[in-house]
Ligand binder design. Structure first.
Ligand SMILES: Nc1ncnc2c1ncn2[C@@H]1O[C@H](COP(=O)(O)OP(=O)(O)O)[C@@H](O)[C@H]1O
Ligand SMILES: O=C(O)C1=C[C@@H](OP(=O)(O)O)[C@@H](O)[C@H](O)C1
Ligand SMILES: [Mg+2]
Length: 160
């Protein structure tokens, strides 16, 4: 969360001259509610079910760059769908994460004690990110443009 998937995903799509899509945006559009409201009103399991369907639909319909939410990889079927795709894992350390997400109430899982929550989520998820990734791109101390360039290099893709 907060590493720059949505920001860099959009830039990467621009550089490649392909479309961009973000499963969180798809969920917000189809539900007509913010992510935080879905968590509060329906709970996390309901959000994960929507997310699983959103990823499945986007992977079937969309040919370009797709940004996922940080928890999408928790679902084993989603991880299976990602195999055979180019998947970039953007990484950062906890202090950078707190800077990027600190004052933003849009991420319900970081609403209370963000530093501790972020560390715990990463401990639980890091191996899943590593499992699905075909490229790992560190983002600490890099601008979104620099991260995008590093992602293009890691994927061995050229700008359009
Ligand atoms: N490389 C970066 N350096 C500094 N800030 C960044 C960088 N990438 C993204 N951000 C900022 O961090 C916040 C979270 O970015 P976002 O793209 O929404 O992350 P994600 O989709 O991974 O949660 C935004 O305010 C964004 O402008
Ligand atoms: O990591 C997570 O569990 C989540 C990440 C968020 O997306 P970003 O990773 O784009 O912030 C969003 O899907 C939701 O708040 C849950
Ligand atoms: Mg995002």
């Amino acid at each position: 969360m907060g590493v720059g998937k949505s920001t860099v995903g959009r830039l990467l799509a621009e550089r490649l001259g392909v479309g961009y899509r973000d499963t969180d945006d798809d969920i917000v559009a189809s539900q007509g509610r913010a992510i935080a409201d879905i968590f509060v009103e329906d709970g996390e399991p309901a959000f994960r079910a929507l997310e699983k369907q959103a990823v499945r639909t986007a992977l079937a319909e969309h040919d370009g760059v797709l940004a996922l939410g940080g928890g999408a990889v928790l679902d084993p079927d989603t991880r299976a769908l990602l195999s055979g795709q180019r998947v970039v894992y953007l990484s950062m350390d906890v202090e950078e994460a707190v800077k990027r997400t600190g004052l933003n109430a849009a991420r319900p899982l970081l609403a209370v004690n963000p530093r501790k929550q972020w560390r715990e989520l990463m401990e639980a998820r890091r191996h899943l990110y590593e499992e699905v990734a075909t490229a790992v791109v560190p983002t600490d101390g890099r601008t979104p443009e620099e991260v995008t360039r590093a992602a293009l290099d890691a994927l061995e893709l050229k700008e359009a």
